[in-house]
Design a protein around this ligand. Structure first.
Ligand code: ADP
Ligand code: MG
Length: 270
């Protein structure tokens, strides 16, 4: 065999790419590079770069106004970045897609305020979320299929609302409404869940439960969670990115970032 003597053809030259492409064997689930957004000249995101791996749960912390919600807005297409790259699963350029297209790729978002249907039962809220566009009346009249009922049972188990399933959502505590809404997001089975300040207004017990809930969800979904509550972030036990003035100031374990003098300065120096 003398095939080795034959020189390999030179790799095809491509014209200079603007940035080094993500060439790893497994592409990042979410890849943000040098993303900037300005509102009336104020830079809410300032060359933000962030990489989330498949299956990862990442916590994002940072002082008010750091750009955390704006980061979620650019990922979900609510706000278009002025510059920078946002790539989902190595192939989808999110800067070119609208909110509906991004949602249908499997990126689900939970806003801070719960938006459950208060007069509808807990399980019917989940049935509505499963049905998606079928419509409210059609869904409530339609008998859930075996597969739909099984999925509703599974979600009720994850969000620990099985015992409240036949009660109106309006009867739930604030924390339980947040869990129901996370359950409604799960009904769409997103690959990536974005959760903004889930434990704001919760009791300590509910906060602890929410950390457990997100860990259960992370068993088969990737998650980005923005939160101020440090004991909650510590309970999650995942990698943390600290945002400050629209870019990442520090990244690592909660112990690592909370020992970083620049992080201490940002949190305590004002
Ligand atoms: P965080 O969620 O970290 O508290 P935000 O992303 O909400 O911060 O906001 C970052 C900065 O951008 C803030 O100064 C905020 O006032 C500003 N901002 C966010 N969205 C808008 C908008 N739609 N129009 C104008 N300013 C905005
Ligand atoms: Mg915010």
């Amino acid at each position: 065999m003398d095939t080795l003597a034959t020189p390999l053809p030179a790799p095809a030259e491509t014209p200079d790419p603007p940035r080094a492409p993500d060439t790893r064997a497994t592409p990042a689930l979410l890849y943000l590079d040098a993303v900037s957004v300005s509102f009336d000249g104020f830079r809410a995101l300032n060359s933000l770069s962030l990489v989330i791996e498949p299956g990862e749960m990442r916590a994002i912390i940072g002082p008010n106004g750091a750009g955390k919600t704006t980061m979620m807005d650019v990922v979900t297409g609510k706000t278009k970045p002025d510059t920078g790259e946002i790539v989902f699963s190595g192939t989808h350029d999110l800067t070119r897609l609208d909110e509906a297209a991004i949602a249908s790729l499997g990126i689900g978002r939970k806003f801070q305020k719960p938006t459950v249907f208060e007069k509808v039962s807990v399980e019917d809220n989940l049935a509505l979320a499963l049905a998606g566009r079928r419509g409210v009346i059609a869904t409530l009249l339609h008998r859930a299929s075996g597969a739909e009922r099984a999925r509703i049972d599974e979600i009720l188990e994850i969000v620990k609302l099985g015992e409240r399933r036949r009660e109106a959502a309006g009867a739930l505590s604030h924390g339980q409404k947040q869990w129901l809404e996370i359950g409604m997001l799960l009904a769409q089975d997103p690959a990536l869940l974005l959760v903004d300040e889930p434990v704001a207004g919760m009791t300590d017990a509910e906060t602890e439960e929410t950390a457990d809930l997100l860990r259960r969800i992370n068993a088969d979904h990737s998650v980005i969670v923005v939160e101020h509550d440090m004991s909650f972030v510590r309970a999650l036990g995942v990698k943390v990115s600290v945002l400050h003035e629209g870019s990442v100031l520090a990244e690592g374990s909660i112990d690592h970032v909370s020992a970083d003098p620049r992080v201490i300065e940002v949190y305590l120096g004002r």
